[in-house]
Design a protein around this ligand. Sequence first.
Ligand SMILES: Cc1ncc(C[n+]2csc(CCOP(=O)(O)OP(=O)(O)O)c2C)c(N)n1
Length: 626
Amino acid sequence: MHLKEVKAPADLKGLDYEELDSLAAEIREELVSTVSQRGGHLASNLGVVELTMALHRVFDLPGDKIVFDVGHQSYVHKLLTGRYTLFHTLRSFGGISGFPKRSESEYDVFETGHSSTAISAALGLARARDYKGEKHAVIALVGDGALTGGMCYEALNDAGNASTKLIVILNDNEMSIAPNVGALSRYLTNIRVSKGWTSTKKKVKRGLNNIPVIGKPVYNLINWTKDAVKSLLVEEDGFFTALGFHYFGPIDGHDLKSMEHTLQLAKEFDGPAVIHVLTRKGHGYDKAEEKPEMFHGTPPFYVETGGLRTASKLPSFGKTMARELAEMAREDPRIVTITAAMPSGTGLSAFQKEFPERMLDVGIAEEHAVTMAAGMAAGGMKPYFAVYATFFQRSYDQLIHDVCMQKLPVTFMLDRAGLVGEDGATHHGVYDLASLLPMPNMTVLAPRDLNELKAMVRWSATYDAPLAIRYGRKSIDQGEKYPYAGFVPGKWEVLEQGSDCTLLAVGSMVEEALATREKLMNYGISAAVVNCSTVKPMDEEMLRSLKDKPIITMEEHVLVGGFGSAVSAFCVAEEIPGPLLSFGIADTFVQHGRRDQLMKYLGLEPGQMARRICYALENKRGMKHE
Ligand SMILES: Cc1ncc(C[n+]2csc(CCOP(=O)(O)OP(=O)(O)O)c2C)c(N)n1
């Protein structure tokens, strides 16, 4: 049977192991080919091909339920649940999502994107089942990286005590995005070693597979199977057992037969069970096996070489920040940086290269990272927590209670603020201002380009209170046309003068405001453009000085609680005219697609904004004439 003939998981059930092997090879080929065009989470999906097939053969979805932690490894599941023909639209505007989506399929029972939620969600589904007197299985598929997140322990603690029937599959590939960290990761290594498993990474012998361009993995299947069955007989006497779970494993996650055997045992077990599965990230595509971190989430690439199809000419905001901090750290021993399992994504690996002992990877633990940073600040250090704006949402109470209330000098470098594009709704960083602006003692900055970011980072070392600097995924350098004049906190920068209205723009929207200004000229409208780089505190003096002309705010953030709202509130309090228009993100979850497509969808493309401004100014004039 070919992959294109698989319409539902039931189609897998009658296949023999030879057919299943060739189906696995086809799945890998499809994964590599589609992700090479669309970008996405390749290495994690290559690692769970057999695991996902085994799950669909042993369990009966959609009656039985699987919750995918993070959900980035759900592509194989999508391919096996009737979405093969749509798979080429992966992560594109209007296409299928890179994460589980309830609206996409009845086989996607719970949506994820942020890490470490699956055990809680699965326990909820299991309890709902029990209340309703139903009998189906509920499974949480969790990576060893995700298991560094605190919610997992709250859920395990609750589930082990409840003795509800629930299966947790721990997909242990020894990697988060980067190599996994922490004491629990060490514990998992100990289990592997004590049960006679050498490091799965070491066990890989790269090479051939029966996929032409992908290469063929070679290892001794017979040994794997024997080991797997043997290890099942060994009772774990440790962490999971202590929490009230029955522990199965470790088993070879690329050996379909032994995995099915274990899943069947767990299916029949009446209580909470953990199955410890060993997989290899990137399995079956040599480039991804060699560089699992790079192929964790990749932009489009060439299959033959693994090289990216388009490489950005500019360094990212994150890398620029990290290099600047490294320079400063040479002189300032107080500076330490923190990441929650994202050293490369945040750019901090550039800092880590020079100061490995001053870059702390705390695991996928954003809440802990914030309070730990607060502790470091209270102890006299100068911590910088670099984190994607969307994952920072996790740390809201820690921000209030541990940082702002005590006015501790923790600096948050909020990356991917704004629309992130293809990762979609769970990943857009559009709620950070709404959480930061109401917070007493908080200062919030947003650079218009890389040069301004550097100046802000320099300045941050002299600042002794909570600070957040937000910047987007798209790198911007305006040095040629708008050379940077120097950062003065609390002072906005007039980039262009104009007599008809003033565009007040934040961060990434400064570039869009300048483009909108050009478009407005075609309508005979002269607009000033102001870079509002200190979002809090606002430049109140400038705002007051603008009261005689219409002002228009622009931000890549939700409208409620964002910059436009803050300007409106100030104007109401001062009894001066508020914004004529506020551009930002409406009250909706924005789906996936290229940033330019999403901006257009939201009416934030410069031509669209110029037209709206033109109508609004005409209406205003019309009202004056009446
Ligand atoms: C709260 C949160 N922080 C950070 C991330 C970014 N992230 C996505 S996947 C991942 C690593 C997950 O590792 P693991 O669970 O072991 O899965 P694997 O990719 O190794 O299969 C991270 C850090 C996230 N999705 N959610």
